[in-house]
Design a protein around this ligand. Structure first.
Ligand SMILES: [Zn+2]
Length: 367
């Protein structure tokens, strides 16, 4: 139990340090994921909703009541506070929780399996997988409680099609759990799904708008590619940056005509509810590039990766990053032979909610 304002302030600073550390090692992306610490029997501190980790300050960390989820102050706590509260209630020994959207564990969480058996060095690792439910929903809390009750000795589990929840007595134990899961899940993808793919973004031909003119990163960008960039900017007035991602996972998906339904929650939010790799991407006239769509932030190019769209460089990079993870999941599910896809309705709900709250959020940051 923490006493006095001094100790609480230290705890808030520690939460920020942990969030930044997780962000740096790539376990948290954008504003997804959250970190919390129990401070007494009745309450915990948690990172706020929708603020980038680099902008966090101690006064933005919110105190939340474990029983009724009421919170102090004007800053909204993370929407996933209900999952943290459920975990603190079920596990009295837990004082620190992190929720991540880490790559390999999230991908394994799309395969439709209930438990992952894998290893880390020569240690056996068993990871429960909780069934999917919409973020912030009652059902998600239910599934969380079920997983914690069923596996009382585990310090974490995968949240199907979403991410992970990792916990422990302190931040060190929770971070260890997240890192262990990541290596064990990558081992599972390599051994069982024969999917040995490094995560990341590999640049092809990028561009951005400057005073209405298209500026290419590579001056001798071929005419064929320039044509695609021109069409994207013409059709999507909200786009100012295009990142051409040619990573291994994205290239693999772009090599066959495909209909990518989202396997992951952040894909549905940031990229769109349905992305196509058309067999005839240039349209009937060979010029029209018919897969440029409103509210779909990726344009696949057959055999040539995908163009990731954003209003800023960071936005486009986030799309490229989330697309790469989504493509690893896609390849793993194809090779595994089965997986659990998100329904169209679920995707629409998450996508709409995200666009609404993200546009509001950028207004707050601008102020
Ligand atoms: Zn999440």
């Amino acid at each position: 139990m923490l006493q006095g304002n001094e100790e609480i302030l230290e705890a808030k600073k520690h939460i920020i340090e942990v969030a930044r550390e997780l962000h740096e090692i790539g376990l948290l992306v954008r504003t997804w994921g959250n970190v919390s610490q129990r401070i007494d029997d009745k309450s915990f501190l948690i990172t706020p909703s929708g603020i980038k980790y680099e902008d966090l300050t101690a006064d933005m960390i919110v105190k939340v009541n474990i029983d009724d989820l009421s919170y102090e102050g004007d800053i909204l706590p993370s929407t996933e506070k209900c999952v943290h509260a459920a975990c603190y209630k079920e596990r009295e020994d837990v004082d620190f929780i992190i929720h991540t959207h880490q790559v390999y564990a999230s991908c394994v969480g799309t395969l439709g399996i209930k438990k992952v058996f894998s290893y880390l060095d020569d240690e056996d690792v068993e990871i429960p997988v909780a069934a999917f439910a919409l973020p912030g929903s009652e059902k998600l809390v239910e599934n969380t409680v079920k997983a914690i009750k069923k596996f009382p000795d585990c310090n974490g589990f995968i949240m199907s099609n979403h991410g992970t929840l990792c916990f422990g007595k302190n931040s060190k134990e929770a971070i260890y759990e997240a890192e262990k899961m990541e290596v064990a899940c990558n081992n599972f993808l390599i051994d069982v799904c024969k999917t040995d793919i490094k995560h990341g973004v590999e640049f092809g031909f990028n561009s951005h708008l400057e005073n209405g003119e298209i500026v290419y990163d590579i001056p001798d960008t071929p005419k064929r590619v320039r044509h695609i960039h021109e069409l994207i900017y013409a059709k999507r007035k909200d786009v100012k940056y295009i990142i051409h991602n040619k990573s291994e996972a994205v290239m693999t998906v772009s090599r066959r005509a495909n209909h990518m339904r989202p396997l992951l929650y952040d894909f549905a939010q940031l990229i769109g509810v349905s992305v196509k790799v058309p067999s005839n991407e240039h349209g009937k006239d060979g010029m029209s590039y018919h897969n440029i769509k409103k509210n779909v932030n990726v344009v696949f190019s057959l055999y040539d990766g995908a163009y990731c769209l954003g209003a800023s460089y960071d936005d486009a990079m986030d799309v490229a990053d989330v697309l790469d993870k989504g493509c690893i999941a896609h390849v793993a599910v194809m090779r595994h032979g089965e997986g659990h896809f998100l329904s169209l309705l679920e995707c629409l709900k998450m996508n709409r909610f995200y666009r609404k709250s993200y546009s509001k959020r950028s207004e707050i940051v601008k102020k």
